[in-house]
Design a protein around this ligand. Structure first.
Ligand SMILES: Cc1cc2nc3c(=O)[nH]c(=O)nc-3n(C[C@H](O)[C@H](O)[C@H](O)COP(=O)(O)OP(=O)(O)OC[C@H]3O[C@@H](n4cnc5c(N)ncnc54)[C@H](O)[C@@H]3O)c2cc1C
Length: 391
């Protein structure tokens, strides 16, 4: 089946998609089951992406990267997500972290982080969520205090994808607790070997079991002041111009990938499952044909919305916002509903202990709770369409 849904034939993005498909086939697929079973962080996938030159997807071309935007990110995470959603999440969050560093990078940040990322020698990731603010990820309490040429960070983050495996973490902080306005925080790159950065217990999730989504505490962690991204305290810009768009497109692609694989698995099962008494297949049943068509329609509607969001976002079109805000909510709903329907249509085969379809349903559920959550995204989409402030 054609899963790109867009005519990108012959383009740089088409080449990257083909390369990603090959890497997934050769390196991601063989260990995908083990990633889920053993909560294995997919080092093999990340190494394979690095060797194929894919880790610099969001690094500007002048720094050795591919200079891709929102559309490219959603297409590559979709390809990976069809086979190993945890690998798609790990790669996607690395790309989101990269985009945040690249948005207002200084020459030093370009040399230390972005060129290394493009060479496949550095993994980064995003650490914004905190237990105190939960899904309201734009309200961190982690504090940053200036001390000479260092910034001293105290606080804790939870659910950090790639946690303890990344070389750096893009962390949201507030300059002084109690004095900041809504959404008024800064972003900072913290190296993985910084003193005072301690990891909490290993991740064991209901789904997305390989993404090492761990919590971490920061106790008097000293970070060079030059690791601050952009200007001190004005980073609400980062939330809506960089963090949210890149995060939403990476996640939309990942969850669309799950929906597509549920559709493919269902199609294969319906055609192959035959009854002794009639010799006919499940695919020959009218009701099943109609239900399968509805599944396909949901996947294609979702893909069209995501492609349109990526296209409009990359072109900087004024009306891109509701497309971008809604596409991850749509993808999460489609992934959960497709995996659920696939479980029904594939019958007992799907219900056996930890089947591939059962894993899809578990992985898909994370889509609703990853912030911005489905509820919040619908709220923001409505506000954007009604010309109201999002926050
Ligand atoms: C697999 C996985 C990977 C993750 N990776 C990362 C990562 O890499 N980096 C990172 O920073 N974070 C990450 N997160 C964290 C995630 O983005 C959220 O911060 C976290 O899941 C919120 O959980 P919570 O229980 O605190 O949510 P809560 O804030 O307690 O929300 C619980 C539910 O209530 C709903 N709710 C809350 N307020 C409202 C309201 N006003 N109106 C309507 N509904 C509301 C929410 O939508 C949600 O459905 C990850 C989470 C998961 C599960």
């Amino acid at each position: 089946m054609n899963t790109t849904g867009l005519n990108v034939t012959g383009s740089r993005l088409a080449q990257l998609s083909e390369l990603t498909t090959q890497v997934v086939q050769d390196h991601v697929l063989p260990l995908a089951e083990q990633v889920d079973r053993d909560c294995l962080w997919p080092a093999h996938s990340m190494q394979a992406f690095a060797q194929a030159g894919l880790m610099g997807l969001q690094v500007p071309e002048r720094l050795g990267g591919h200079g891709q935007g929102l559309l490219g990110l959603s297409m590559l995470t979709e390809i990976i997500g069809q086979t190993c959603p945890s690998s798609a999440l790990c790669f996607g969050m690395h790309c989101v972290g990269t985009a945040v560093i690249a948005a207002k990078s200084t020459p030093r940040q370009e040399d230390k982080y972005l060129r290394a990322i493009a060479r496949g020698e550095h993994i980064t990731t995003l650490a914004v969520s905190e237990s105190g603010s939960g899904s309201h990820f734009y309200l961190p309490a982690t504090q940053m205090t200036a001390e000479g040429d260092a910034l001293v960070v105290n606080g804790s983050k939870h659910f950090i994808t790639n946690g303890s495996h990344a070389d750096s973490y893009v962390v949201s902080v507030v300059a002084q607790a109690g004095e900041h306005q809504l959404g008024d925080f800064s972003c900072l790159v913290i190296d993985g070997n910084t003193d005072g950065l301690e990891w909490m217990e290993p991740w064991r999730g209901f789904g997305m079991r390989g993404n090492s989504s761990r919590g971490a505490s920061l106790s008097d962690a000293r970070v060079p002041a030059e690791n601050l991204l952009g200007e001190m305290g004005d980073q609400v810009w980062y939330v809506f111009e960089v963090i949210a768009p890149y995060f939403l497109m990476a996640m939309a692609g990942t969850y669309l990938g799950i929906a597509q694989s549920a559709l493919d698995a269902t199609r294969a099962h319906l055609r192959q499952r035959r009854y002794d008494h009639s010799g006919g297949s499940l695919a020959e049943n009218d009701v099943i044909q109609s239900r399968f068509a509805e599944m396909w329609m949901e996947v294609e509607k979702t893909r069209s919305l995501i492609r349109e969001a990526g296209r409009r976002g990359d072109l900087g079109e004024a009306d891109a916002l509701p497309f971008i805000l809604s596409c991850k909510a749509q993808a999460a709903e489609t992934a959960v509903s497709l995996a659920n329907e696939a479980m029904t249509l594939c019958g007992g085969m799907a219900y056996r202990d930890n089947s591939r379809l059962a894993q899809m349903l578990r992985d898909a559920r994370a889509g609703h709770v990853m912030a911005p959550t489905t509820d919040l995204l619908k709220l923001w989409t409505g506000r954007a369409l009604l010309d109201l402030p999002l926050l």
